[in-house]
Design a protein around this ligand. Structure first.
Ligand code: M6R
Length: 615
């Protein structure tokens, strides 16, 4: 999962590509590189580290001129993160240069063959193998670059979004896609290439999203020719108008994207239900669901496939779907589902949840589900993403771009969409009455204001963070609807502060984790009034008697937990099924403040990337 950016036109390419790389750094930040064509030759600069390091190096070395450029920000797969393994990569002759997001699985055998033919490799990457394979085909078969790329891609196994440039043909760039995203920005006499549209949003609103197994020849000042990789079929490019704006992808005065995105949640949730939650008409309007409602109502089972935070949203969905709709739900890690030979029937509905819509395991899981005849419904944030396109139908979360690697608003907006779906279905199959339905909608409409109130605990949470910032372990406990929130709270803390954290169903604690509790162990307990309150109080007593430190998330005005806990954080009261939308807020803030206090890179935690497009 790396970020790729390219430009061909009449402007100076350097600032465009560099800015674009900064915007794509969420996809990986182990190393960065840029190649520019200055009208005569190629100039390459690459370095281990971030785009800022690349900027310093390229400006020092005066590599900033040219009207064509390719840039790359890397999340290492083959080969350690260092200067040599950084992209772009040259072919042996130095004529071709490539950037690549993805993995070439059969690179080793191709490399062996190329070595036999005299090729020399400088890096450990699969990408350098691909560019030399293209060069070998060009030489051996005497074909043009586009054809050579096509022949090469038919020989490789794996995933890719690539851009290839030949210094002998400086008015064109060849791009291709399979399994990794690739957008082409179409301007006046200029074209942009990027893993998503954010690098070119201030230049053009027109974009072509390549489909899997498509390649394109981008010809400067002329056109974009799209064709299938596995044949010679030309495809008419579909130019889409983008809805993204620049403000949405900038920090807007916040110190970090994560904090900005935490604070955006009231608006993001409103955006999610806008036009869908129609109290006056007494309906939930969701075209993707409406058009396929019988698939859901006749389903024997719903299978949710997702990863990470999206998987946690899936767990919340399990509770609400089973509670309100009474259809059995199974929640699967996409990475397990795709490989464990699961039983999938044609009367199963598979809901794939993914912020990015590009997660490789989730994508593979839905392909498997489709092959087995299941109906696939995608819940994605990124419009036009691979999962959104691969699903039979779906609903977008409309959370706006999420840049921080730690998911925040993606989680709450996914829950909002899934709740709307559950309510619509429950009403349609008669499991809830019109008045219950109405009450739920009315309560859901109060959630943005309640999230805002939940954000008011920020300075108190910051104070709590200062007390526990140096501990080695954290435990998070919740029951019912708040068990997934406990898992999510623990994931947030470990991914951005590198503190070991475990989430557990509160009652499971006595089956093992209780052994961990001593006076050093902070335990975050979600103990809201609605949802097994008395039982959670008993769990708190058990922690207290072992001297654990209790940080409790409680309902406003709570008295009982206050008597037991070391710290309480209040959130407004709501229906039990909607509590995750509120209880998750202080846990996001807790992980954020602890990570900042520990000096961690909140938006770009080590070893991670925003969208995991490799398995
Ligand atoms: O884009 P997706 O929602 O499919 O991503 C899934 C996970 O990679 C993602 O939620 C990850 O766990 C986040 N970093 C968690 O904050």
């Amino acid at each position: 999962m790396c970020g790729i950016v390219g430009y061909i036109g009449n402007r100076e390419a350097y600032p465009i590509v560099l800015k674009g790389l900064e915007r794509l750094e969420y996809r990986g930040y182990d190393s960065a590189g840029i190649v520019l064509y200055d009208g005569q030759d190629l100039q390459l600069c690459k370095t281990q580290g971030k785009v800022l390091d690349l900027k310093k190096k390229s400006e020092k070395e005066n590599i900033t001129k040219g009207h064509v450029a390719l840039g790359h920000t890397r999340w290492a797969t083959h080969g350690v993160p260092n200067d040599v393994n950084a992209h772009p990569h040259y072919s042996n002759s130095g004529n071709l240069v490539i950037i690549h997001n993805g993995i070439i699985e059969n690179y080793a055998s191709i490399k062996e063959e190329l070595i036999k033919r005299g090729y020399v490799f400088h890096s450990d990457t699969d990408t350098e193998v691909l560019v030399n394979l293209i060069e070998e085909i060009q030489k051996h078969e005497g074909v043009k670059l586009g054809k050579a790329v096509q022949i090469a891609l038919n020989q490789v196994v794996g995933a890719y979004a690539i851009a290839v440039f030949d210094r002998n043909k400086p008015d064109e760039i060849i791009v291709a896609k399979l399994g990794s995203p690739l957008a082409i920005g179409v301007g006046e006499d200029e074209f942009f290439i990027a893993s998503d549209a954010s690098p070119f949003i201030e230049y053009t609103n027109n974009a072509i999203y390549l489909e899997d197994e498509q390649m394109a020849i981008i010809r400067k000042g002329r056109d974009v020719r799209v064709r299938q990789i596995d044949g010679d079929k030309q495809v008419a490019p579909y130019i889409q108008e983008l809805q993204l704006n620049l403000e949405q992808i900038e920090k807007g005065g916040y110190e970090h994207f994560m904090l900005k995105e935490i604070y955006e949640q009231p608006e993001a949730i409103k955006d999610t239900y806008r036009g869908r939650l129609r109290i006056n008409d007494g309906i939930v309007k969701m075209a993707g669901l409406e058009d396929n409602i019988h698939k859901f109502l006749n389903a024997k089972r719903i299978i949710v496939v997702a990863c990470g935070t999206s998987w946690h949203a899936g767990l919340v969905a399990e509770y609400i779907f089973e509670d309100l709709v009474r259809i059995p739900v199974e929640v699967e890690y996409a990475s397990e589902f795709r490989y464990r030979n699961p039983i999938i029937n044609s009367d199963d509905v598979v809901i794939a949840i993914s912020q990015s819509g590009e997660t490789a395991d989730t994508l593979a899981a839905i392909k498997l589900a489709k092959e087995n005849g299941a109906f696939v419904f995608g819940v994605c944030n990124v419009v036009g993403s691979s999962i959104a396109r691969e699903s039979h139908a779906g609903a977008y979360t409309h959370a706006g771009p999420e840049i921080g690697v730690a998911s925040t608003k993606a989680f709450t907006t996914q829950i909002t969409v899934l709740t709307l779906m559950a309510l619509k279905l429950a009403k349609r199959n008669g499991r809830i009455s019109q008045s219950e339905f109405h009450q739920y909608l009315a309560e859901l409409e109060t959630i943005p204001a309640k999230v805002e109130r939940s954000l008011e605990v920020d300075s108190h949470v910051k104070y709590i963070s200062s007390i526990y910032k140096d501990v080695a372990n954290f435990l998070y406990l919740g029951r019912g609807y708040n068990f997934p929130v406990a898992l999510e709270g623990a994931l947030k803390l470990k991914e951005i502060s590198y503190i070991h954290a475990e989430g557990y169903p509160a009652a499971e604690m006595k089956h093992g984790p209780i052994a961990l509790i001593d006076e050093q162990m902070p335990v975050v307990v979600i103990a809201t009034k609605k949802g097994h309150y008395e039982k959670v109080i008993s769990n708190i007593q058990e922690i207290k008697s072992r001297k654990g430190k209790i940080i409790a998330v409680v309902t406003e005005g709570d008295r009982d937990v206050k008597l037991l806990a070391d710290h309480v954080i209040e959130v407004p009261e709501t229906y039990e099924a909607l509590t995750p939308l509120l209880t998750t807020i202080p846990l996001q803030l807790l992980s954020y403040h602890i990570a900042v206090m520990r000096g961690c890179n909140v938006d770009q935690p080590r070893n991670l990337a925003k969208s995991v497009t490799v398995e």
